[in-house]
Design a protein around this ligand. Structure first.
Ligand SMILES: Cc1cc2nc3c(=O)[nH]c(=O)nc-3n(C[C@H](O)[C@H](O)[C@H](O)COP(=O)(O)OP(=O)(O)OC[C@H]3O[C@@H](n4cnc5c(N)ncnc54)[C@H](O)[C@@H]3O)c2cc1C
Length: 401
C-alpha cells in the first residue's frame, strides 16, 4: 500500500501480480533464449485468460472494455506489469499501441474508430508510430523530410523513417508527415493512418539493437514510404496538428513508461538481494555481508522509492489538472527514473557477476533494451535543459536556444 493506492487497486494489484508471477515469468526464458514469435502462441492464450478475468486493457474506459482507471491507478498497474518484458503485452497496454489507442480514442472519426481503434482495443491487431527519421535529429522533430501531398481524395506519402517500434506484424502505422510546408514549423506536419499493406510501404529491416534483431512486437523497424497512397480520410484530427497531437500522446505515455521502469527496478532489486544472500564467497560468507553490496542495495532502495513517489505525484497532478500543468514534472521524472533504472539494473548485473551478462537471467535483456530509455520520449539532455531553463526563467534568464 502507498499514499496513492485506492480500494479498487488494492483488489486488482494482487490479481495482476499472480498472473505475472505464475503465468508470464515462466515464459521469459523461451523469449530470452529464442524470440518473441516463439512465445506468441502462449501469450495469445494468456491474453484470452486476462480478458475472461476482466483485467483486459486496464488503461481504457469501462465502456470500451477496459478498467476505467485513473492515470495514477494505471501507473501502479504498469509497475506490476513492468516486472516482466512480456507483462504489458499480455494485458494489451503495451507501447506503442497504448499511445495510439489513447490518441485514436480522442481523435478518430467514426470510420477510423471502427476500422482501426476497435480491433486495436480488442487486441485483434497491432500498430506502430512512425515519426523519427535517420537523416534528422529526432530531438528536434519539426525537422523532417517525409511529405504527404494531396492528390485528388488521397494523400501520397514519401519518406524514410526508422525506430518505428513494433512495425513487424503491425496492421497500420500512424505516420507523421509534412502536409503544410509553408506553415510555421510546429504547424507543418499531420498524423496519417497508413495500413502496412498499402503499396509503397516497405519495411526495410528490423534494426539490430546491441546484437539483437528482434522480431514481431519486439522490434524496431526502418521503413521507406514510396508514393504510398492513402485516402485523405485517414488524417487524424486536423491538418497541421501533428505536433500538438504528439504532445498529447507523450504526457500520459511518460507516466506509463516511468512506472514500467519502476517495475523493472523492483524486479532487478529483488534479484540483486536474493542473489546477494545466496552467493557465497566462502562457506558462510555471502556477498550480502560486503559493505559495498549493502551500499548498492541501500542506494537502490532509496532511489526506487523516490522514483515511484515522483511519478505517482506527477500522475496525480495530471489526473487533477491535465498534462500541460505538469510539464516540468513530466520532464523531471523522464530523465530521473530512466537513470535510476540504468543504475539499478547495472548494480544487479554486477552483483550477479558473469551470470548477470548472460541471457540466463532477464537482467542482460534490460541492460540492452532499456539503455534506450534515456533516449526515447526525449533524451535526458532535452528534458534537463527544458527543466533548467524553466527554473532559470524565474531568475531572469532568457535564451533563444
Ligand atoms: C528503443 C527506442 C524506441 C523508439 N521508438 C520509436 C517509435 O516507435 N517511433 C518513432 O518515431 N521513434 C522512436 N524512437 C526514436 C526516438 O524518438 C529518438 O531516438 C529520439 O527522439 C532522439 O532522436 P535521435 O535518436 O535522432 O537523437 P538526436 O536528436 O540526434 O540526439 C542525439 C543526442 O544528442 C543529445 N541532444 C539532443 N538534443 C540535445 C539538447 N537540446 N541539448 C543537449 N544534448 C542534446 C542527446 O544526448 C541525444 O541522445 C525510438 C528510439 C528508441 C531508442
Amino acid at each position: 500500500m502507498n499514499l496513492f493506492t485506492t480500494e479498487r487497486l488494492a483488489g486488482l494489484l494482487p490479481r495482476i501480480r499472480t498472473i505475472v508471477t505464475n503465468d508470464i515469468l515462466p515464459l521469459e526464458s523461451a523469449y530470452l533464449q529464442g524470440s518473441f514469435r516463439v512465445v506468441e502462441p502462449a501469450l495469445k492464450s494468456l491474453r484470452e485468460q486476462v480478458k475472461q478475468q476482466g483485467l483486459w486493457a486496464p488503461h481504457l474506459p469501462e465502456h470500451d472494455g477496459g478498467l476505467g482507471l485513473t492515470l495514477t491507478e494505471f501507473g501502479q498497474v504498469s509497475e506490476e506489469l513492468g516486472r516482466s518484458p512480456l507483462g504489458h503485452y499480455v494485458f494489451n497496454c503495451q507501447a506503442p499501441d497504448i499511445g495510439n489507442m489513447e490518441l485514436l480514442h480522442q481523435f478518430a472519426t467514426p470510420k477510423q474508430r471502427e476500422c482501426w481503434l476497435e480491433p486495436l482495443m480488442r487486441g485483434d491487431i497491432r500498430s506502430c508510430f512512425s515519426m523519427t527519421e535517420p537523416e534528422f535529429a529526432g530531438s528536434n522533430p519539426v525537422n523532417m523530410a517525409t511529405t504527404a501531398v494531396h492528390d485528388g481524395d488521397d494523400y501520397v506519402i514519401n519518406g524514410h523513417k526508422w525506430f518505428t517500434s513494433s512495425a513487424d506484424g503491425a496492421a497500420f502505422a500512424i505516420v507523421m508527415a509534412v502536409t503544410n510546408p509553408e506553415a510555421p514549423p510546429h504547424k507543418r506536419a499531420s498524423m496519417i493512418i497508413v495500413p502496412v499493406n498499402t503499396p509503397g510501404f516497405h519495411l526495410v529491416r528490423n534494426i539490430r539493437i546491441m546484437g539483437e534483431e528482434g522480431d514481431s512486437y519486439a522490434s524496431h523497424a526502418e521503413i521507406s514510404y514510396e508514393n504510398c497512397r492513402v485516402p485523405a480520410s485517414n488524417l487524424i484530427g486536423e491538418e497541421g496538428k501533428g505536433f500538438e497531437l504528439a504532445q498529447l500522446r507523450l504526457g500520459p505515455g511518460r507516466i506509463h513508461h516511468c512506472m514500467r521502469f519502476v517495475g523493472i527496478c523492483e524486479r532487478a532489486f529483488d534479484m540483486m538481494c536474493s542473489y546477494a544472500v545466496k552467493r557465497e564467497l566462502a562457506p558462510g560468507k555471502p556477498l550480502a555481508g560486503k559493505q559495498i553490496i549493502q551500499d548498492w542495495i541501500a542506494e537502490s532502495r532509496a532511489e526506487i522509492d523516490a522514483a515511484r513517489l515522483m511519478v505517482l505525484h506527477t500522475a496525480h497532478g495530471i489526473d487533477a489538472n491535465g498534462a500541460p500543468a505538469m510539464r516540468q514534472q513530466i520532464s523531471t521524472i523522464k530523465f530521473f527514473v530512466a537513470n535510476v533504472l540504468h543504475r539499478v539494473v547495472d548494480r544487479a548485473i554486477q552483483v550477479h557477476g558473469a551470470l548477470g551478462i548472460t541471457d540466463d537471467t532477464v537482467l542482460s535483456y534490460w541492460y540492452r533494451h532499456e539503455r534506450g530509455a534515456r533516449i526515447y520520449d526525449g533524451a535526458d539532455e532535452v528534458h534537463k535543459s527544458s527543466l533548467a531553463r524553466h527554473i532559470l526563467k524565474g531568475y531572469g534568464f532568457s535564451s533563444n536556444e
